[in-house]
Structures are given as structure tokens and as C-alpha cells.
Design a protein around this ligand. Structure first.
Ligand SMILES: Cc1cc2nc3c(=O)[nH]c(=O)nc-3n(C[C@H](O)[C@H](O)[C@H](O)COP(=O)(O)OP(=O)(O)OC[C@H]3O[C@@H](n4cnc5c(N)ncnc54)[C@H](O)[C@@H]3O)c2cc1C
Length: 484
């Protein structure tokens, strides 16, 4: 069999988007995935006819000309993915509620309606975000770098409060941070701004579930001569004189096998990638930089089925204990000893069936509740399910009596499923210093024809995976053209 031009480690959304980009350029791509399924955190699972998203459900980038739309058009399969425009999130701040749209234009309107005396200042911030968003949509590295210089040393709170000295405005602008990036207002201004900008025209649900997008990308790679090797774990990246020559893999219950290739894209944890290499081949600065980096939070997620008699009022609710986003850090990650009684952590509650009835049989509903946490912060699964249900009842009173089934994912579940370090849901911790260090990481690995992509770089989330895929594929294609 022909040796693949490219081996991609990991069939998460970043590996798949990179594979699809490269396959569309005529390169032979093999994707190696340790689990049975494709998608990683952008995958799904089915229980009694209910289709759950494992992780990602709110996705930017589908607007015409934006990064996901662009790849699907290039593959000539845009019409195969139907998307549903997301309503605003209902933000609950202590006892107050406000609807927070994803789209930057609509968010601007809400802010001006509620805080008219800051109209000029609001426009200034929104103009920054819209202009950054244009740079992201165009994947214009030069302009993205200029925003990086502007924001990288600052926290998001420092940036916003220097223009609008109002805690409520900061609370609204920071609302996506915890649930969509594990970032509080004290996190990196660049990273939180990139999250807001990635939802420039709004957020979308993929009709039928996010896994449909992952599955489609894999099918398109296979159509172009590529292969998926699932249930197969990469154990080692083989090199000769700092040049990639292949990977050593292990299939469940089988012998080690070597796959020869001259180019490897690692779409998994960078720490694990580093451990797969011969340390003599890797730039010593890379190892030092890795040691300085902290891993971001994992999560507890409840997957709940509800009877058809339940009618959710809204599709998405984000709960914050107060407006004061600079003081969210203690409530960003659930700790069982801290979050008792009325002390609740920041919580995301989502009813995808409110907008997509195809996800459940017989007009039933489902609820996903997500709370960030870390290994060791929570108790055994049964105790936590009860506590999470108390929290759910507080946020959506009356819902619990309609529950028909419950499943819980813990940091350990996420870690087992994707092998991400500590079950991290968004990669690295996203503080200003970490944002600077993460940005410097990729360039310093020092192994020829080894490329890194995915959520352990400066970008994360589904949008970030598609952005990284474009950048990395362009580099690889240029190198291949240079060799011809
Ligand atoms: C609960 C939750 C909610 C989220 N919500 C959103 C959201 O609404 N919107 C959004 O944009 N993002 C969201 N995210 C984040 C988003 O899902 C991730 O950032 C993104 O999917 C990461 O993609 P990735 O390809 O970089 O990594 P992963 O999804 O982690 O994929 C890595 C893949 O590599 C495989 N792998 C690992 N090691 C090996 C090995 N040695 N050999 C072979 N295969 C290996 C894993 O099995 C996995 O399939 C959410 C995440 C979670 C967990």
C-alpha cells in the first residue's frame, strides 16, 4: 500500500479539518485515532434515540466566507450541513437576567440600549472586536499579530474597564469566557476577544448534532483516498536526524506497527506529542517552555433526557453568581467544599431540543449542564449528580420532575475519552502570560515536518480548530510544492 503523504494524530475537529484541507489539495492523508469514533470533543453519542453532543454545540464560522463555510465549500459539501442560528443566551447575574446575543452587531445594540451613556465607548470596543473578527475571518496573520500585540499583555477586564468603567458592561462582555474558553475576565484579553470575535455573525447549532460535521469531514477525506485508522494509538513519532520518518502505533490487542511518512501533524496534547519524540531531536527551549505552562480546567457535564411534557423556556442559560466578573475566579471552577447550599458555581445550561427537535424521539427534550472543574475538586459521581441536580433545579425551577434519564461526564471521563491532559476541555489555562507563552510554543519544536494543531495552541474550540487547520495546511502544501 502507498505510504501516506501525511499522518495526522487525532481525529478531533482540528485533525479532521486539517486532514480535509490537505486531502482537498490532493495529498494522501491517514488519520490515526485512539478511540472508536471521530470528533473528539466535537463528537456525539446516542442513548435511546437521543443524540447528545459530547462537548461543542455553539459554533461560529458558518456565515458565507467564514472559516468553516470556506472549507465546506472547497470540499463542495456546504449543502450537507444544515445549521440553526442560535438565540441569545439568557444571562442570569445573581437575581437579574439579561439576554446576551452572540452576534457582535446585536450585542452592541443590547449594550447601547442598556447603557446609553457609554454609547461612544461601547462602539469603540465593538469596533475593535469587529475589526479583529474580520482579521480572523480572513485568517490574516499579519493583522491578527497586531491585535495580539495590543491585547496580549492585558487581562480582558483591564482592556474593557480602561474604556468603559462599568462592571455590568464587563459582566456582559465576559459572559462567554467561562463556558466557551474556561476564561474569566482576569484571563487574557487577546483570548477572550478572539472568542467573542469568532462568533462575529452569531453562533450556530449543527442540525442533528455537531458530530455530523466531524463525520462529514472524515467521509470527505476518505473520498479523496485518505484513511481512518481508529482504535489505534500513536505511541511514538519516529525521527532520523530531527526529520520525521514515521509513527509507531498500537491497535487494541495487536502488535506495534510502524507507518512510514515524511510529514506528521499532531492534533493532540502538545505535552503528549513531546513525550512521543526522542528528546535529543527536540529543541531544548521547547521542553522548558512546556514546563512553564499550566493546563486549563476540565468539566462536569450532565446529559439529561426529559419527557415531552417539559417545555424549556429558552435554549441556553448562563448563570453567574454576580455581575462582578473580576471576582468570578473562585466560582469559575466548581469545588464541592465551596459550592454548597446557595453558593453556586458559574453554570451553563442548554436545551438543544428547543431549537432542534431531530435530536430526540417523540418530541422529548434533552438538557446539557456544564460546570468547569478540575480533577480532585469534586466527590464521587453519585454525590455530584445529586448536587448538580440541586443546581439545575435552582436555575430552571420545576425541571427535575420531568427527567427520564441522566448520565454524567467527569474530568476523568473526558480524559479517558480523548486522552487530553487532566481532561482539559479547552487546552491551556488562558491567562495573559500563558497566552504569550502558548503563542511562542509551536515555532520552537525544532523537528522537521512535524506540525502542531488543535486546542493546545493559541486557538481552541471548533472555530479555532478550523482556523489552525487552514494555517497549518497552507504551510504543508507550500513545503510539498517546494519538494516537487
Ligand atoms: C463540555 C464541552 C463543551 C464545549 N463547548 C464548546 C462550544 O459550544 N463551542 C466550541 O467551539 N467549542 C466547545 N468546546 C471546545 C471544543 O469542543 C474543543 O476545543 C475542540 O473540539 C477541540 O478539538 P481538537 O481536535 O483540538 O481536540 P480533541 O477534541 O481533544 O481531539 C483530539 C483527538 O485525538 C485523539 N487522540 C489523543 N491522543 C491520541 C493518540 N496518542 N493517538 C491517536 N489518537 C489520539 C483523541 O481521542 C481525540 O479524538 C467544548 C468542549 C467541551 C468538552
Amino acid at each position: 500500500m502507498k505510504e501516506p503523504d501525511i499522518v495526522i494524530i487525532g481525529a478531533g475537529i482540528a485533525g479532521l479539518a486539517t486532514g480535509a484541507q490537505l486531502a482537498s489539495e490532493g495529498l494522501c492523508v491517514w488519520i490515526i485515532e485512539q478511540s472508536a469514533n471521530v470528533g473528539g470533543y466535537a463528537g456525539g453519542f446516542e442513548r435511546n434515540g437521543y443524540h447528545f453532543d459530547i462537548g461543542a454545540h455553539h459554533i461560529g464560522g458558518f456565515k458565507s466566507g467564514d472559516v468553516i463555510d470556506r472549507l465546506l465549500c472547497k470540499l463542495k459539501v456546504r449543502e450537507k450541513i444544515e445549521v440553526i442560528y442560535s438565540d441569545p443566551i439568557q444571562g442570569i447575574y445573581g437575581a437579574e437576567k439579561i439576554n446576551i446575543p452572540f452576534s457582535l452587531n446585536k450585542l452592541q445594540e443590547v449594550l447601547i440600549d442598556n447603557f446609553p451613556k457609554y454609547t461612544i465607548n461601547i462602539k469603540k470596543i465593538m469596533d475593535d472586536l469587529k475589526s479583529f473578527s474580520t482579521a480572523l475571518v480572513q485568517n490574516d496573520q499579519h493583522r491578527i499579530a497586531s491585535f495580539f500585540r495590543m491585547w496580549s499583555g492585558k487581562t480582558f477586564a483591564e482592556y474593557v474597564l480602561s474604556i468603559i468603567p462599568n462592571k455590568k458592561v464587563l459582566g456582559i462582555l465576559s459572559a462567554l469566557g467561562p463556558g466557551y474558553g474556561g476564561i474569566s475576565a482576569n484571563g487574557s484579553a487577546f483570548t477572550l476577544a478572539s472568542l467573542l470575535a469568532s462568533y462575529n455573525e452569531g453562533a450556530y447549532y449543527v442540525k442533528g448534532g455537531t458530530y455530523k460535521l466531524s463525520k462529514l469531514l472524515m467521509e470527505e477525506i476518505e473520498k479523496r483516498g485518505g484513511r481512518l485508522l481508529n482504535n489505534t494509538k500513536v505511541e511514538q513519532i519516529l525521527t532520523e536526524g530531527s526529520q520525521v520518518v514515521g509513527v509507531k502505533v498500537k491497535k487494541i490487542n495487536a502488535e506495534f506497527e510502524t507507518i512510514k511518512t515524511k510529514t506528521v501533524v499532531s492534533a493532540i496534547s502538545i505535552k503528549q506529542t513531546y513525550n512521543m519524540l526522542n528528546p535529543n531531536d527536540v529543541n531544548s527551549r521547547f521542553g522548558q517552555r512546556l514546563k512553564q505552562l499550566d493546563i486549563g480546567p476540565s468539566a462536569l457535564r450532565l446529559y439529561v433526557t426529559l419527557s415531552s411534557n417539559y417545555h424549556p423556556e429558552v435554549s441556553d442559560i448562563s448563570y453567574f453568581p454576580s455581575w462582578d466578573a473580576e471576582n468570578w475566579d473562585n466560582d469559575l471552577c466548581y469545588r464541592s467544599n465551596l459550592h454548597q447550599g446557595k453558593a453556586l458555581p458559574i453554570t451553563l445550561t442548554c436545551f438543544p431540543t428547543k431549537v432542534d427537535s431531530t435530536l430526540a424521539p417523540d418530541n422529548g427534550h434533552m438538557m446539557l449542564m456544564t460546570i468547569l472543574t478540575r480533577e480532585g475538586f469534586y466527590r464521587d459521581d453519585r454525590t455530584e449528580i445529586n448536587r448538580l441536580l440541586e443546581i439545575a433545579e435552582f436555575i430552571t425551577p420545576g425541571m427535575n420532575s420531568y427527567i427520564t434519564d441522566i448520565e454524567l461526564a467527569t474530568p476523568n471521563t473526558f480524559k479517558k475519552y480523548t486522552l487530553n491532559d487532566e481532561g482539559s476541555v479547552f487546552g491551556w489555562e488562558r491567562t495573559p502570560i500563558q497566552s504569550l507563552r502558548t503563542n511562542a510554543l509551536k515555532a520552537s519544536i525544532g523537528v522537521n515536518r512535524l506540525f502542531i494543531t488543535g486546542q493546545w495552541g493559541p486557538n481552541f474550540g471548533v472555530y479555532g480548530g478550523f482556523l489552525e487547520a487552514e494555517t497549518v495546511s497552507e504551510k504543508i502544501v507550500n513545503e510539498f510544492e517546494g519538494v516537487k
